[in-house]
Write a protein that binds this ligand. Structure first.
Ligand code: PLP
Length: 282
């Protein structure tokens, strides 16, 4: 299922081409996006996603349509989605720099898409990951803002190549590491560790995205007395943690059972508690 809406709130035919061949989003990946999970008509963390979209636009010096128009297009998609037969939808917000040599008017649209059976299986069964070098050090984001390290740009070719490398190595997913051996994030997710009643995740200052899903989980955890930490995490901590998860809007909180071919701690009771904490926010 695919539903497509434009920012004036009208529907468009998802089978009909929408972009021109000289759109800079197509030509250079010069644009930004967000993916929001909607469940039973409720778009989760939409304001946090729009905050991040605006932040990405600022970092890219990209002119972004106003917030109300994103809300309007999301409402159009939500109104068309068949919630009774498909209770979850991936709502994608896309904005490119517009036409090559144009006047800077962005190209923008919102689509709703079905979640794959593969994703559902991974949510239920957990995943194996490999650690792969990202080639950046934790101070890079501040030193080299032109690398757009914390912007959610359309340039995801490297992230997708890392996933293919994981597949070659027989794993489902990737956790990137920095040059100092600390954990960064997955190609489309944040990494979360549970260690003795404490949840930890690497800091956005290391050049990773501030995750809306990780944020919701930590908010819920703090409300129920867990301590949480956003701090540099040495990769070795993966081996000693009580549990490791990849968090993102669409995958929710997916448990990691294997890292670099070796099993890591998994506790079904703990996994259930973590998932319930996240769901408690909705
Ligand atoms: N990090 C990267 C690189 C991502 O692409 C994503 C989401 O796709 C995330 C982290 C997780 O962000 P969120 O929980 O807001 O979906």
């Amino acid at each position: 299922m695919r539903i497509l809406a434009l920012l004036d709130g009208t529907l468009a035919d998802p089978e009909v081409p929408l972009l021109r061949s000289d759109d800079l989003g197509v030509q250079r990946g010069d644009g930004i996006f967000e993916t929001i999970l909607a469940v039973d008509g409720n778009p989760r963390e939409i304001e946090a996603h729009l905050d991040r979209l605006e932040r990405s636009a600022r970092l890219m010096e990209l002119s972004l349509p106003e917030r109300a128009s994103w809300h309007r297009a999301v409402r159009t998609v939500l109104a068309e989605w068949p919630w009774d037969s498909e209770p979850e939808s991936a709502i994608k917000l896309v904005c490119t720099r517009g036409l090559d040599g144009g006047d800077g008017t962005p190209t923008a649209f919102v689509s709703g898409q079905s979640l794959s059976a593969e994703l559902m299986r991974k949510r239920a069964e957990g995943i194996s990951v490999v650690t792969l070098e990202r080639g950046i050090d934790p101070g890079m984001m501040e030193r080299a803002p032109w690398l757009l390290l914390s912007a959610k740009t359309l340039s995801y070719a490297v992230n997708m190549a890392a996933l293919r490398e994981a597949e070659r190595r027989g794993a489902d997913e990737v956790v990137f590491t920095a040059t100092d051996g600390s954990l960064l994030e997955g190609p489309t997710s944040n990494v979360v560790l549970a260690e003795g009643g404490r949840l930890a995740t690497p800091p956005p200052s290391s050049g990773i995205l501030r995750g809306t899903t990780q944020g919701a989980l930590f908010r819920a955890a703090e409300e129920t007395g867990w301590s949480t930490a956003v701090e540099p995490i040495a990769a070795e901590r993966l081996w000693h943690a009580d549990g490791v998860w990849l968090a993102s809007s669409i995958r929710k909180i997916t448990q990691v059972h294997t890292v670099d071919g070796t099993s890591v701690a998994t506790d079904p009771g703990l996994h259930e508690r973590i998932c319930k904490l996240y769901e408690s926010q909705y």
